[in-house]
Ligand binder design. Structure first.
Ligand code: SF4
Ligand code: SF4
Length: 248
């Protein structure tokens, strides 16, 4: 099977799942390595600004391991995935590798799926305490101090991007505190972004992911999206996700 045929199968299959296809790919376009210069540190005395909107473009064709190294980097950064008391179905879902198989051709591929940092996030709309929030720069996350664990946001999220912490936790990372009885999800490594660093998962797959400001037409991510298009998973929902994909 040629790579063109593979891409066509992917487009048709994802369309069958309700995934909108991106624009036609420019031939021979190569994503340059992720660059820390895509993120500028935010001064402590300045609040996050809506002038920026952080986003990520993941090229599934350039993930040599289907996204596994991105998941492992997330685990290391946030200290999840080693909760020995948690059953398999209770393991955290900060990021997971999803396998997609064309039911006609049986062709399969994988992609990493995490919180898509929706512009119009239903997880925020349903939260009774305001713990599920979207920052001015588009980062969606949970404040574990005000989360009451009702799990409404888990039910509202169409991407299954959130999980509930059932068990007491050990060895937590100071920069990413978690809490039993609360819900959690990818926070786009907000602690790193504020320091001018790339998210850990982006650093783990530098040739497959571009990270940057979707509001800046000159940013590398905006330029790549302009040249290549990009697919939002379940674009039909109108959530305008900050995470976009190529070649799915
Ligand atoms: S992907 Fe789910 S958790 Fe993330 S912003 Fe969208 S609805 Fe909320
Ligand atoms: S589980 Fe927490 S973050 Fe989610 S809706 Fe309930 S209070 Fe809000």
């Amino acid at each position: 099977m040629t790579s063109n045929q593979v891409n066509e199968y992917r487009r048709r299959f994802m369309a069958g799942l309700g995934l909108a296809a991106g624009a036609t790919l420019a031939p021979n376009f190569i994503l340059r390595s992720a660059q820390a210069a895509d993120v500028v540190a935010r001064p402590d005395n300045e609040p996050a600004s809506s002038a920026k909107r952080w986003g990520m473009l993941i090229d599934a064709n350039r993930l040599t391991d289907g996204g596994a190294s991105m998941v492992e980097a997330c685990k290391r950064e946030h200290g999840w995935g080693n909760d020995p008391q948690a059953s398999a179905e209770q393991q955290p879902q900060w990021m997971r590798v999803v396998k997609v198989t064309d039911k006609h051709t049986k062709h399969s591929f994988t992609l990493p799926v995490m919180c898509q940092h929706c512009e119009n996030p239903p997880c925020v709309d349903v939260c009774p305490t305001g713990a599920s929030m979207k920052r001015a720069d588009g980062i969606v996350y949970v404040n574990k101090h005000t989360c009451i664990g009702c799990r409404y946001c888990m039910m509202a999220c169409p991407y299954k991007a959130r999980s509930f912490v059932h068990e007491p936790l050990k060895d937590q990372k100071p920069h990413s505190p978690r809490g039993m009885g609360t819900v959690e999800s990818c926070n786009l490594c907000v602690h790193r972004i504020d320091k001018g660093q790339l998210p850990a998962c982006v650093e783990a797959a530098p040739h497959a992911v571009i990270f940057g400001d979707l509001n800046d037409p000159e940013s590398r991510i905006s330029q790549a999206l302009k040249a290549l298009g990009g697919t939002q998973i379940r674009a039909d929902l109108g959530l305008n996700t900050g995470v976009r994909y190529l070649n799915i």
